[in-house]
Design a protein around this ligand. Structure first.
Ligand SMILES: Cc1ncc(COP(=O)(O)O)c(C=O)c1O
Length: 387
């Protein structure tokens, strides 16, 4: 058996002719930096992110950094965020000299627990940075209007969630700025690094366009201290091709997730996700695997992440799957508050118990759109054999 965690070659084979045409067009015109495809892509992608403006840049990490730079967040400022995310969610805060204030997550969707966010708002809070982890919108409703009223900036880390929505509204459009990544494993994956910011405000969008070109406007006249962070024209051209398929791929991911759920429940390995919310039975409480909960949102399943009830089981299950030829990953084994490079923020083990529990017990299974039903069945059967 060989079920990889991700196989991009299947996706690229299906659209190879379109990709080659887009690539050749850029080769012919040669405008490799901020060429016409960049503006075209920005125009086309903005509605997918619920925003008026889309400003592309060199990576999702840069998008987060540029967002904090645009709001002039720095030393003495606090940014509330999640401890359970990719490193860049917190490193951008450290890089501008501000302090990350971590709020714990919910173990149902692995996103920030809104009540924990509310508790941490202080006069020093300059921004709140929720992450829409694994492709599911974080619940922002309980604190969003208070944040807006207090002038706290809201920066959404939607790196994993392009196309996801909450109550019909796309992520990236709830806050002041949305940040997206085109890292190859994302739902809209490029052929290298790439990123995007989304904004409603005209002046803010213009500021970001200046910040991404060394803070210069016009060229060689620097009124802001910017960086070099642009999306390559080649990337934009190829992403335009992929954007046409994004919705279909998200539906395929959701279909795969539904099949996993059905098979896990039928095999007696896990309770139906909704059963947990409505009060699990004793029998459900003993099932060894916990499936991801989907809130009222459109989940785009960048990852399908299960959790083992017994913490010590996760690593053994992963080793068993690896031996059987099934690719998995742990997103993320060390929560951000316990990363050595953030020691100066003063967090200790035990401070954010739910994030720590997630880090010790979650496991991402293959979920990419082109996965076959046979492969999904093989994965679940391999897990059943282990259990
Ligand atoms: C939640 C999250 N934030 C930020 C990033 C950073 O994006 P990039 O790899 O494009 O810099 C990623 C992805 O890698 C991510 O998953």
């Amino acid at each position: 058996m060989n079920v990889p965690l991700l196989d991009l070659s299947r996706q690229h084979r299906a659209i190879e002719t379109e990709l080659r045409e887009a690539f050749n067009a850029v080769l012919r015109h040669g405008k490799f930096i901020l060429g016409p495809e960049v503006a075209e892509f920005e125009k086309e992608v903005a509605p997918h992110c619920g925003a008026k403006h889309a400003i592309s840049c060199a990576s999702g990490s840069d998008a987060l950094l540029l967002a904090l730079m645009a709001f002039e967040i720095g030393p003495g400022d606090e940014v509330i965020t999640t401890p359970y995310s990719f490193f860049a969610t917190a490193s951008c805060i450290a890089r501008v000299g501000a302090k990350a204030v971590f709020a714990d997550i919910s173990l149902d969707d692995y996103n920030l627990d809104p009540e924990e966010v509310k508790k941490r708002i202080t006069p020093r809070t300059k921004a709140i940075l929720p992450v829409h982890l694994y492709g599911q919108a974080a619940d922002m409703t309980p604190w969003l209007s208070e944040a807006k009223r207090r002038g706290i900036r809201v920066i959404e880390d939607a790196a994993q969630a392009i196309g996801a929505s909450d109550l019909g509204r796309p992520v990236g459009g709830f806050g002041d700025l949305g940040c997206f990544s085109f890292f190859p494993s994302k739902n809209l994956g490029g052929f290298g690094d790439g990123g995007l910011l989304t904004a409603h405000d005209d002046a803010l969008a213009e500021k970001l366009r200046v910040l991404r070109v060394h803070g210069a406007k016009p060229k060689y006249h620097h009124h802001l201290l910017g960086v070099n962070s642009r999306l390559d024209t080649i990337q934009a051209a190829l992403l335009r091709v992929k954007l046409r398929h994004l919705d279909g791929w998200a539906s395929a991911r959701a279909r795969n997730a539904a099949l996993y759920t059905k098979l896990f429940v039928e095999a007696g390995l896990a309770a139906k996700p909704s059963a947990r919310a409505s009060g699990a039975s004793e029998e459900d409480d003993r099932k060894p695997i916990l499936l991801p909960e989907t809130r009222r949102t459109r989940h785009v399943f960048n990852q399908f992440v299960i959790r083992t009830r017994a913490l010590e089981m996760r690593d053994r299950l992963r080793a068993h799957l690896q031996k059987a030829g099934v690719g998995t990953e742990i997103y993320y084994p060390v929560p951000l508050h316990l990363q050595k490079c953030f020691a100066a923020w003063g967090y200790q083990a035990g401070d954010l118990p739910r994030a720590e529990k997630a880090a010790a017990s979650t496991l991402a299974l293959p979920i990419f759109p082109e996965l076959t039903e046979r492969e999904i069945r093989d994965v679940v059967e391999t897990i059943a054999a282990f259990v």
